[in-house]
Design a protein around this ligand. Structure first.
Ligand code: HEM
Ligand code: HEM
Length: 192
């Protein structure tokens, strides 16, 4: 007869669902793109038309990231997920805290970005990959624009710090504890 905890472990998947895995890595790549594109986009020495195109690209990719994160959160509450790898309760709490902060950052970045674009003194429409115009939730507002500009910039820096902690934790799991944590966030047949 299996104990309750053992029964739970047997019925739990040993890795993340392939859809969550795909969304995790796609989001990661798109975030890298966002940081990269913000360089030429903000470069005042560049041609204005080219910068306008890069702004539109940055906004469209950012909104795509928001949709991916929402989808990932829906999957997180609807699908069963692997048991936390850490056995130490403090490490479990620390991992949960960093994961929650990462989610918060990647939700707040697109929201602050859209509010910044909407509240900007010079009104430029947000065109989603040139397909349709995204409605702006608010109109021009210098105070909100300044606050969102500040927030968007700070959130970008916070994401770099949290992302580095996250990658360092994965490195400790892989290189020191050798528990194969990275394999849980990759495709395979062990998702039950
Ligand atoms: C996860 C998604 C996003 C990431 C990681 C991201 C990251 C960044 C970074 C690193 C910068 C340059 C740093 C700075 O603010 O000075 C930037 C600037 C900017 N972002 Fe985003 N962004 C995201 C989503 C969005 C979205 C959805 C919008 C609008 C719909 C947006 C609008 C802007 C604008 C207008 C700027 C230029 C700010 C300025 O004039 O200095 N961003 N973003
Ligand atoms: C900005 C980039 C990244 C963000 C925003 C991010 C975000 C997240 C979040 C929120 C989770 C928790 C999943 C959940 O509980 O629903 C997670 C899990 C994970 N991430 Fe990332 N991640 C990023 C980059 C990376 C990179 C570069 C690696 C590899 C070195 C990585 C490896 C993992 C692994 C292995 C897990 C699963 C942990 C476990 O099963 O307990 N992530 N990531």
């Amino acid at each position: 007869m299996l104990s309750r905890r053992a029964r739970r472990r047997v019925s739990e998947p040993t890795r993340w669902h392939p859809a969550s895995v795909a969304l995790h890595w796609l989001t990661f790549l798109l975030i890298l793109f966002q940081f990269w594109v913000s360089g030429p986009m903000l470069d005042e020495k560049r041609d204005l038309i080219a910068r306008f195109e890069l702004y539109q690209l940055h906004k469209s990719v950012g909104l795509t990231i928001a949709a991916f994160v929402l989808l990932r959160l829906v999957l997180r509450v609807t699908l069963s997920q692997p048991d936390p790898e850490n056995q130490n309760p403090w490490l479990r709490r620390a991992a949960a805290l960093v994961h929650a902060a990462l989610y918060l950052c990647i939700v707040a970045l697109p929201i602050s970005g859209l509010l910044m674009a909407a509240a900007a003194p010079i009104q430029i429409p947000t065109l989603y990959f040139g397909l349709f115009q995204v409605p702006h939730p608010i109109g021009p507002n210098p105070a909100i624009y300044q606050r969102m500009l500040w927030l968007h910039d700070r959130l970008g820096n916070i994401l770099i710090v949290l992302g580095s902690v996250h990658v360092a934790a994965v490195a400790v799991h892989m290189l020191l504890w050798r528990d194969g944590l990275l394999g849980r966030m990759w495709f395979g047949r062990r998702w039950l």
